[in-house]
Design a protein. Structure first.
Lengths: 113, 116
């Protein structure tokens, strides 16, 4: 079975630009979450989407937005990029139940210059 | 609010030695607890989880962890380290109450090195 897939794997952008990251969950998983992992730190929760609705949002500015499509795939958008947005962006999918573990993709490495 | 503290950002052990990675948590409601491993340039892989029931949890690759409510701890152990265990390990907590969703709060991680 295919795991969580993310694209692109690497991305280089300039300050002020906009970026879109994509994620396809494991088949059958309806919940998708996004995490930001800055070098040397643990992942930080950005968003969770379930059935195309936002179910949770972390402490990130409004420059960060996301959506989920009918096939449960998801996009994360970041506007007006800052140097501090450079990080590994991880997508995770899970089943509906509360204690279901998250299954992570390999992430998108974003570098902002 | 919930939080996780991982004591020791770097741990080094000899091959065949005991691995002990420490995790303490804070949660206002009964927690769900997780350990994830991250290899270079990869995402996170679940090692084990505690939700309810037995407090000693066994995971993949010979790892196990024990939930101790009185100590608010969830330390990860493995009796005998293997070279392939070298990686970054993250402890995470989520709230068990309905509606908390998939928000995991992670610790800052512990990098495990295994010496030949």
């Amino acid at each position: 079975d295919a795991g969580v897939t993310q694209s692109p794997t690497h991305l280089i952008k300039t300050r002020g630009q906009q970026v879109t990251l994509r994620c396809s969950p494991i088949s059958g998983h309806k919940s998708v979450s996004w995490y930001q992992q800055v070098l040397g730190q643990g992942p930080q929760f950005i968003f969770q989407y379930y059935e195309k609705e936002e179910r949770g949002r972390g402490n990130f500015p409004d420059r960060f937005s996301a959506r989920q499509f009918p096939n449960y795939s998801s996009e994360l958008n970041v506007n007006a990029l800052l140097l501090g947005d450079s990080a590994l962006y991880l997508c995770a999918s899970s089943l509906v139940s509360q204690a279901s573990p998250l299954h992570f993709g390999n992430g998108t490495r974003l570098t902002v210059t | 609010a919930q939080s996780v503290t991982q004591l020791g950002s770097h741990v080094s052990v000899s091959e065949g030695a005991l691995v002990l990675l420490r995790c303490n948590y804070s949660s206002s409601v009964p927690p769900y607890l997780f350990w994830y491993v991250q290899y270079p340039n990869q995402g996170l892989q679940l090692l084990l989880k505690y939700t309810t029931g037995a407090t000693l949890v066994k995971g993949i690759n010979g790892f196990e962890a024990e939930f101790k409510k009185s100590e608010t701890s969830f330390h990860l152990t493995k009796p005998s380290a293997h070279m392939s265990d070298a990686a970054e390990y993250f402890c995470a907590v989520s709230e068990s109450r309905r509606g908390s969703g998939d928000k995991l709060t992670f610790g800052t991680g512990t990098r495990l090195a295994v010496r030949p």
